[in-house]
Design a protein. Structure first.
Length: 275
């Protein structure tokens, strides 16, 4: 029995030494926690913002002038054809520009990198954006020598004012995102407040003295909300998840208002908040 005990003790000594040695070895560090999934930026959702604007455009009043002159011609006027012919020489197109500002609000949907949605965009101009002109044909000092009326001349003229005060569009937008960079294009329809007024005149006078012998006039005015059609391009850039910057170009055409044809272009710089 003593011999068996001694043998077991001899075997236990190396085993205990191995256990002690293993306890001194460095332990394997725990696995690191899993990395959080990267946050992918999305343009989806609502947004609102404000913008500054600069507009420039053409106000074509040619047909308005013709209408005013035609309305000034009395019934059975013997020189009606002369008045109409020379009214066609009145200049018709005038350029104008003006600063403005407004707001926008919309909602984006996302499919992959394609971003689409709807937007309401409103712009008001701070001052007169239009044309006020007085023109005659020919020069009042020259006149039109009336056929069959020796010593008598005629001038035709128009005094008109037209302007656009504000406009708004409901737009459909389509863009393609490059992360936080979103170029887009849009089309829209809406309304614009347009004001136009004018006077037409036909004056006969003695060629030698300039003394008027007959004057015929007409007038017309309109202040109305007219249809507006727009298209353009722009770019949004999200500087944070909530704040965006914007640059946009609008091309807008208005329905005719008593003969006034108006086309404007507007550049905009703005900022908005995403929700």
């Amino acid at each position: 029995m003593k011999r068996l005990t001694a043998a077991l003790a001899a075997l236990a000594l190396p085993a205990s030494a191995l256990i002690a040695e293993a306890a001194d070895l460095p332990r394997r560090p725990p696995d690191p926690p899993p990395m959080p999934a990267p946050v992918i930026f999305s343009w989806a959702g609502p947004y609102v913002g404000i913008h500054g604007a600069y507009g420039w455009g053409q106000f074509n009043r040619y047909q308005f002038d013709q209408n005013l002159i035609a309305a000034a011609i009395p019934a059975n006027y013997q020189y009606a054809s002369v008045a109409r012919a020379y009214a066609q020489s009145l200049p018709g197109t005038y350029d104008s520009n003006q600063w403005g500002g407004g707001f926008f609000a919309g909602y984006n949907f996302v499919s992959g990198n394609v971003v689409f949605g709807g937007e309401l965009d409103y712009t008001a101009f701070f001052g007169k954006f239009g044309a006020s002109t007085i023109c005659y044909y020919p020069d009042p000092n020259l006149g039109i020598v009336l056929p069959g009326a020796s010593g008598r001349s005629m001038i035709v003229g128009a005094d008109t004012t037209s302007k656009i005060t504000d406009y708004g569009l409901v737009k459909a937008r389509l863009g393609y995102s490059f992360d936080r960079f979103l170029p887009y294009a849009f089309v829209g329809i809406g309304g614009a407040r347009f004001k136009a007024s004018g006077y037409g005149s036909i004056e006969e006078y003695v060629t030698a003295t300039g003394v008027a012998t007959a004057t015929y006039t007409s007038s017309a005015s309109k202040d109305q909300l007219t249809l507006a059609y727009g298209a353009g391009v722009g770019v949004d850039y999200a500087i944070t998840d909530q704040i965006l910057l914007r640059a946009q170009y609008d091309y807008v055409q208005l329905d005719s208002v008593i003969g006034q044809e108006t086309k404007i272009q507007v550049g905009k710089i703005g900022a908005g908040i995403r929700f």
